[in-house]
Write a protein that binds this ligand. Sequence first.
Ligand code: NAP
Length: 328
Amino acid sequence: MQGALYEADIDMAPLHRRQLAIIGYGNHGRSHALNLRDYGVTDILIALRDGSPSREKAEADGFEVVGLGEAAARADLISLLAADEAHGAIWSNHILPNRKAGQGLVLCHGFSIEYGLITPPADCDVILAAAKGPGGAVRESYLKGGGLVGFRAVHQDASGEADAIALAYLKGLGCGRAGIGETSFREEALADILGEQAVLVGGMCALAREGYEALIRAGISPAMAYIDTVHELKYIAELIHTRGIAGMYAAISDTAEFGAHGVEGKIGAAVRPVFDEIVKDVTSGDFARRWVADFEKDRAGLHAARARAGNHPLEATGRELRKALGLE
Ligand SMILES: NC(=O)c1ccc[n+]([C@@H]2O[C@H](COP(=O)([O-])OP(=O)(O)OC[C@H]3O[C@@H](n4cnc5c(N)ncnc54)[C@H](OP(=O)(O)O)[C@@H]3O)[C@@H](O)[C@H]2O)c1
């Protein structure tokens, strides 16, 4: 990674000088708290909503748990690791009215700043410290002596130390072992959302279901169709993760490679306009507005879509296969 910084380049003092509160104790919240504490940042408050199911876990892990308003009043630095769609309400109802003057804000996704859920006052450092991966991987890689690649960005630098805080925070997560690059809130937000919608989640699931349905239409048994379009994804993903796309192609059969190169262009041309639409939908803020509106209606749209996905016939086939393989 060009221009990346590593552990030895980074001073932890800007973080040690500040009382940190982490809002949320989910996948990222818990991993950030545990990694930072193991790295020597001992003064951490965990802030949770009233009745939070995570209180017991945070207390069992040895953290002081406080309410959102108390964290806003006490902390010099808030790391907002609650669900993105709730950021606007948490900011307006709990942080802003109670906020200690000069308090900084750390986010690990560009979403809520880029799409206007939060408008911070001028005395606030606004920092992106993104360990690139799911929260569980932040902890797992740290415990193995490594870390995820980190990216940082500064939206506002009120203290003059915003970049130094971002670097110290990411170093405490273990990212200094893998390398820490620079980005912007805009770049991180678009890349993350497009990646998950177009490729990693939406795109991959659509391709798998379309492949399964094409095989069923061709008279193939559900078990065979499922294995060849869904179940084996894991092996290909693992090869791409460890060797890259070209390395994966080198590791599979020539028949598979020849055939895949032959259809990649057609599939690419079919999805290109859809991907361009996704870029427009995300960068215009329309996606964020729709998601926050759905969140405010108790996620009615999300629940309906989840139920539709769960009812697809390939789910029953998959359950049977996983049972036979002892996977569930
Ligand atoms: N950098 C990256 O590559 C990356 C990857 C994944 C996620 N992220 C970001 O990490 C952040 C957290 O994601 P996550 O995966 O850790 O989510 P998660 O596991 O779902 O945890 C969400 C946490 O938010 C809390 N929460 C939800 N609604 C709340 C509300 N209204 N008020 C107060 N707390 C609330 C939950 O509280 P309870 O415990 O009380 O339910 C939970 O502790 C998000 O900003 C996400 O975009 C970044």
